[in-house]
Design a protein around this ligand. Structure first.
Ligand SMILES: Cc1cc2nc3c(=O)[nH]c(=O)nc-3n(C[C@H](O)[C@H](O)[C@H](O)COP(=O)(O)OP(=O)(O)OC[C@H]3O[C@@H](n4cnc5c(N)ncnc54)[C@H](O)[C@@H]3O)c2cc1C
Length: 386
């Protein structure tokens, strides 16, 4: 695909989903300048629902990419660089620097430094005096936290400022996304490209029905600490790993401050669990683990609320793809259109930390399809004239 080719015309894009994946994809397209972008979603920024994962995230940047997984490292690096830029330049984005701590109750045998040592600043091993009771080994490094609901609103504003639109609409199937016009003027207003960013919705969406998708329930507790402790608390984010597990199973202990004075305490990782209500018992356990790890900060914390979100997990990993397809919305009765069908969903617990990288990747894949899209359409116009 030569750049000159994609600059020739403006392509109309319909995106399904206004979570961090849909919004990041929209922004990446609008930054290219030759796309007109419309987002359609049931749930929009500023709202909270069990069917909308993005507002519930911590979120901080801590990559789990394996040392050999260069593709995931690329996605996480692109996102880290964007977040660092936002932390440096734009307080409205809700992204701030702080010191990340990884604590291991038992030092892993043959510990290897994580790959991201080469991109973060101030990476070091913690001294014995810096480790909480019950922790054998730890590392520290400079990272960022993202105030998730604030960041979603920020993305929304960036999209609207660049001419994109975001409308509330529940879309009954993938093919119906290809029917929503960009203008009221007949078929010519129909999109050239559709992008599915429906998160866990991809499991039941007709035309996708991705049965590799499943929920991983996360309960969190949001607290405030006494004002005198906030200057210290806002510098500190951490994950603590129990023996034998990098990520923790069932439970995961983490602490993530947000730029508005709230602190997110985690959490749970419960596969296939859809339970919407927060469990009081789990809230107590989460608090207990935070106090055990940082008694100086959390012994007198005030609980604001307990919340539950469902991570859009996917066996086989995230789906980021694009292909030219004939979308037939009238069961073979000739009412069809050739479009680029793209997907960006299934980010499990890393939807924020890979968001920019995944958005860039899906845009790259879309651009790789444009030449084929144009030639297939030109060929069908020629056929129609004969
Ligand atoms: C407790 C918790 C903590 C987390 N912590 C972190 C963290 O620290 N770091 C990190 O990177 N990630 C974290 N995550 C994961 C992250 O939140 C998700 O990976 C991410 O939010 C997924 O975003 P998404 O846009 O793909 O999906 P969603 O946010 O669920 O968005 C899906 C969108 O699609 C729309 N939709 C779906 N179906 C339809 C339909 N048929 N018609 C119209 N609209 C539809 C929805 O309304 C919504 O707008 C955490 C998640 C949880 C629950």
């Amino acid at each position: 695909m030569s750049p000159s080719h994609s600059q020739k015309r403006t392509y109309k894009v319909n995106i399904l989903g206004a979570g961090v994946s849909g919004l990041s994809t929209a922004l990446a397209l609008l930054e290219k300048k030759n796309y007109s972008v419309k987002i359609f979603a049931t749930h929009l920024p500023s709202e909270f629902s069990i069917d909308y994962t993005s507002p519930w995230a911590g979120a901080h940047w801590r990559s789990y990419a394996d040392i050999a997984d260069l593709a995931q490292q690329e996605l996480d690096t692109a996102t880290f660089n964007r977040f660092a830029h936002l932390a440096d330049t734009d307080p409205e984005a809700g992204v701030m620097y702080l010191t990340g701590h990884d604590f291991w109750d038992v030092k892993p045998k043959n510990f290897e430094d994580p790959w991201f040592k080469r991109i973060v600043k101030n990476y070091r091993y913690l001294s014995q005096e810096e480790l909480p009771p019950g922790v054998e080994f730890g590392i520290a490094y400079t990272t960022v936290s993202v105030h998730a609901p604030k960041y979603l609103k920020y993305l929304q504003e960036q999209i609207l400022a660049r001419g994109g639109t975001i409308d509330r609409l529940t879309v009954p199937s993938l093919k119906s996304l290809a029917q929503i016009p960009h203008s009221s003027s007949s078929a010519s207003g129909k999109p050239d490209i559709i992008v599915n960013c429906s998160g866990l919705g991809s499991r039941n969406l007709p035309g996708v029905h991705d049965h590799q998708m499943f929920p991983t329930r996360g309960q969190i507790v949001i607290v405030k600490v006494p004002e005198s402790l906030w200057p210290k608390a806002k510098q500190f984010t951490m994950e603590r790993y129990a023996e034998g597990s990098a990520m923790g199973t069932g439970t995961i202990t983490y602490i993530i401050p947000r730029d508005n004075g709230e602190i997110v305490l985690g959490g749970t990782m419960q596969h296939w669990n859809y339970q919407e209500e927060a469990s009081e018992e789990t809230t107590k356990e989460i608090l207990k683990r935070a106090v055990a790890t940082k008694p100086d900060l959390f012994s007198n914390a005030t609980v604001l609320r307990s919340c539950v979100g469902l991570r859009p997990n996917r066996r086989g990993g995230v789906r980021v793809s694009a292909a030219v397809e004939q979308v037939d919305w009238n069961e073979g009765w000739g009412d069809s259109k050739v479009v680029v069908v793209a997907h960006n969903y299934g980010h499990a617990g890393f939807g924020y930390q890979a968001s920019v990288g995944c958005a860039d990747k899906v845009v790259e894949q879309i651009e790789g399809c444009l030449k084929e899209l144009d030639s297939v359409r030109a060929a069908s116009r020629t056929m129609a004239k004969l």
